[in-house]
Design a protein around this ligand. Structure first.
Ligand SMILES: *Cc1c(COP(=O)(O)O)cnc(C)c1O
Length: 418
């Protein structure tokens, strides 16, 4: 459920006409709905109301400080994967005691920054990272709070690029090797072992892989206890999918019930790291048609709609072949035609949709790329020297620019001719 709704053929975000924002702020523009973000956070968080838990939004899904601040105000924390995300979370007002740090490649400087910031937990992903963390903590005279990220070797049945919990993926520590590492860590003066974590992938539409991973984690926690290692946190990662097209992901309530059932008898605080499920359907990308053209080939003619948004603004279609629904901001009665919706970038891979049935559009028409709130702006770049677009947050009948469109001067900021 989200608050992007058509009224009399005109697309609204809450009570604001999308065309009005496009007119005032320009295109392309990302538009988020505060009511939808709030609703999604609460639906997820309330699914676990009956257990001790912490919901840490995965910052990389949508990193704007206004969004991080919104979730912090609802009681959420942050799951970060870089020093940059730590900076954002702190600047957004997220309580450091609700920040957890994941990722396979944390640098010494990043570890130091996170220790200085007094974050809740490091999800350590290798023996060498543990060693480095111990050294940095020793140099600061502190003990680093640690969970190990276990790779449970579970198939999440999702796109290969976003599966992370299989033995062949780079993430985590094989479950068979983890016990030895826990025992080693217990003996380290500047490491405080506190938890166990896993994150098996993204855009999961089945509950079973989550339960399988949790089951393996539970067995492992029992093994730890048998070795005298008692942990306080179990982190189940993120990964709950959303509907882009015809997927039928579990409702948070259903996911919550299944997890809580599997957790019976477990005494720990459960951490979640949802990203996509909180923000994906709470944001759209609005783009304006620049040109339409038809390339007459040997076979059928191919129709293109060239828009002002491109793969640098929304990379998911190019990177994963991902599907996003695309609709005119103002409905028309025009006949459907099958088109490729493409951007201005000099790459054949620059498309938002291929072979898509769309009502015939003309220069100047606005299109809404739906479900673009997750891994949309946060994955955008300046490729082809395109300024990154503006982000807008709608709240009822008001809207706020939460990130200015970049200027041409921004493009060369920091560059120098020697
Ligand atoms: C990306 C990521 C998440 C969030 O995944 P979603 O599919 O967006 O929920 C959570 N935890 C870790 C460690 C991640 O890398």
């Amino acid at each position: 459920m989200n608050h992007f709704i058509s009224k009399d053929g005109e697309l609204f975000c809450e009570q604001v006409a999308v065309a009005e924002i496009a007119c005032q702020v320009g295109t392309p523009v990302y538009i988020y709905s505060k009511a939808t973000l709030t609703r999604h956070f609460q639906a997820f968080d309330e699914a676990f109301a009956s257990i001790r838990h912490l919901t840490c939004f995965a910052v990389k899904a949508c990193s704007n400080i206004a969004i991080l601040n919104l979730f912090a105000g609802l009681g959420g924390g942050s799951d970060i994967v870089s020093g940059g995300e730590l900076y954002r979370a702190l600047r957004a007002g997220v309580d450091p005691r609700r920040i957890i740090y994941s990722g396979v490649g944390k640098t010494e400087a990043e570890l130091r920054y996170a220790l200085e910031s007094n974050i809740l937990l490091f999800n350590v992903e290798s023996a060498q990272e543990l060693e480095r963390l111990q050294q940095v903590a020793r140099s600061m005279g502190v003990a680093a709070p640690v969970s190990f990220r276990i790779n449970p070797d579970v198939d999440p049945h999702t796109h290969a690029y976003i599966s992370t919990g299989l033995a062949k993926n780079k993430f985590g520590i094989p479950i068979a090797e983890a016990l030895a590492l826990y025992i080693q860590a217990e003996g380290m003066e500047h490491i405080a072992v506190q938890g166990v974590s896993c994150h098996i992938g993204s855009q999961l539409t089945l509950i079973a892989p989550f339960i399988e991973a949790l089951y393996k984690l539970k067995l492992f926690v029992k093994k730890l206890a048998d070795s005298g290692i008692v942990i306080q946190y179990i982190d189940l990662g993120g990964g709950v999918g959303i509907t882009y097209n015809d997927e039928q992901p579990p409702h948070p309530q259903e996911y919550g019930e299944a997890i809580i059932k599997e957790l019976q008898g477990v005494d720990a605080t459960i951490i979640f790291e949802p990203g996509r499920v909180l923000v994906g359907n709470a944001g759209i990308l609005v783009t304006e048609v620049q040109y339409t053209k038809t390339n007459q080939g040997l076979e059928a003619a191919k129709k293109f709609v060239v828009v002002d948004a491109a793969m640098n603004d929304l990379t998911r279609p190019s990177l994963y072949g991902a599907y996003h629904a695309i609709a005119p901001v103002r409905a028309t009665a025009a006949a459907l035609e099958v088109v490729d919706i493409v951007g201005p970038i000099c790459e054949t891979g620059d498309f938002l949709a291929k072979d898509r049935a769309l009502p015939a559009v003309a220069q100047g028409d606005l299109l809404a790329v739906m479900s673009a709130g997750a891994y949309g702006f946060s994955m955008s770049s300046n490729y082809n020297s395109r300024p990154r677009v503006a982000e807008v947050l709608v709240d009822g009948n008001q809207y706020h620019i939460i990130r200015q469109r970049e200027s041409l001067a921004d493009l060369i900021n920091g560059e120098q001719i020697p």
